[in-house]
Design a protein around this ligand. Structure first.
Ligand code: ZN
Length: 440
């Protein structure tokens, strides 16, 4: 059984421990009962196990065994109470986590796992997408966005712009440190997705100066200022365009003669690709010129022989388009859904439920829980890519949900020396847990 030295659970958990031991503790020293490491690591464990009441279970286990799984598997020396954990996480500056995302990407690079994500000669597809992960009319904090309704009722929300490295042929996504869409001190104007995306890309380019990206995104991104920044930073783009957002270009394309290429895919669907190069993005005399591609799919009903044509989309890009690469470029543009389907959907609906259960806080709690959830998701994506023990256990339990339910039961009931001992119990039903010392 292969065990990647730099990418197994213990190595990834250790990287978080190292970061926390080095970080400055933002709490008042006189009011602290638990170490900064133990407080944040416990939050990570809650997200990893997808269990809001983890601490209660583990404190009870300490009563039975004298220690618990937070100690053995997550190296938490003293299990904090929920309030101490939330209070500590609320005060942490979210940016302390940024180096960990970079650290994990570097580990993937070092172990040759990132190479398979290269889309075009050394370039990686990087979808950008905004998402809301908290919304309330009652609960708010100083970072909340405010949206007043017509009747004056304010909705408070938290949103981020998320970037992730994806590949059309690989299910796992590699998330990068997100950027919060939030009102910074002193600004009255509400922040927006595109400004947050600009800040995010500056940070990503700084963390990964040697990586070249093909940024993808919806038509919100397909405008001159963001495109110019993209090109100036040495990246490329594949953005969706919409008639409502691109009136001048849409009008030109109606009269234009496109090159065409047709293919039948593995499922027997007919795909029609069309493209045209060097078209003006806007009606300005000095408009940026972009290459345009579009795709539609025709399927035939086997019984009735009726055909249905579905329009897949229109995209703009700076990359040259030709007969040989059009299908690939369209698959790259369409892969931006992976961030929605694999990343956001998993975080919101597959047991993590990032906006529930864990409280809102008054400062950074909400965003920090999002980040810790994303880090837990990231470690699982890595395990899904290259951890045999995890994959074998995962397969045994058929669905993701039943796997995590089973893990939770074992984690809260039995004591194990390590995460891999728990996985062994789950996979082979061998009793790898530690028996309690006989008392009396
Ligand atoms: Zn808030």
């Amino acid at each position: 059984m292969s065990m990647k030295k730099h990418l197994n659970f213990d190595a990834l958990r250790q990287a978080l421990s190292d970061l926390l031991y080095k970080a400055e503790d933002p709490r008042q020293a006189s009011k602290v009962s638990y170490t900064f490491h133990d407080v944040i690591m416990s939050g990570f464990a809650c997200m990893f196990l997808q269990c809001p009441s983890l601490m209660d279970f583990q404190r009870r286990m300490s009563g039975w065994f004298g220690r618990n799984n937070l100690q053995t598997q997550f190296k938490v020396k003293d299990t904090p109470e929920n309030t101490a954990m939330r209070d500590g996480i609320d005060k942490v500056d979210s940016q302390i986590f940024a180096p960990l995302f970079k650290n994990y990407v570097t580990r993937l690079q070092r172990d040759n796992q990132l190479k398979q994500y290269q889309f075009l000669s050394g370039m990686y597809l990087l979808p950008l997408d905004g998402t809301e992960y908290f919304s309330s009319k009652d609960i708010s904090c100083e970072c909340c966005l405010h949206t007043p309704s017509r009747s004056g009722v304010i909705t408070y929300s938290h949103k981020v712009v998320q970037a992730a490295i994806v590949h059309p042929g690989i299910k796992q996504v590699i998330p990068l440190m997100p950027e919060q869409i939030c009102n910074t001190d002193g600004t009255v104007k509400q922040d927006c997705e595109i400004n947050a995306a600009k800040r995010l890309m500056l940070k990503i380019k700084k963390s990964h100066p040697r990586m070249s990206f093909i940024r993808t995104g919806d038509s919100l991104y397909a405008h001159t200022p963001f495109i110019q920044e993209t090109l100036a930073q040495g990246d490329h783009f594949l953005f969706a365009m919409q008639p409502g957002d691109h009136k001048s270009l849409t009008k030109i394309l109606k009269e234009a003669v496109f090159s065409e290429h047709r293919e039948i895919d593995a499922k027997g669907r007919k795909l029609t690709y069309e493209w045209i190069e060097q078209q003006p993005l806007t009606s300005d005399a000095n408009s940026l010129l972009v290459n345009v591609m579009r795709c539609r799919m025709t399927t035939t009903n086997k019984k009735t022989q009726e055909t249905t044509t579905t329009f897949i989309g229109t995209w703009i890009t700076d990359l040259p388009i030709n007969l040989d690469n059009i299908a690939l470029l369209v698959s790259g543009a369409r892969a931006r859904w992976r961030i929605e389907n694999e990343c956001f959907n998993t975080l919101k609906n597959q047991g993590y439920q990032i906006d529930h259960n864990f409280g809102h806080g008054s400062k950074n709690l909400c965003f920090n829980f999002y980040i810790l959830t994303l880090l837990a998701f990231f470690t699982q994506q890595i395990a899904d890519l290259c951890d045999d023990a995890y994959q074998t256990g995962r397969k045994q339990m058929v669905t993701m949900k039943s796997f995590w339910q089973e893990v939770q039961v074992l984690f809260n009931r039995y004591l194990y020396e390590s995460w891999y001992k728990l996985l062994e119990h789950l996979t082979y039903n061998t009793h790898t847990f530690i028996m309690p010392e006989p008392t009396g």
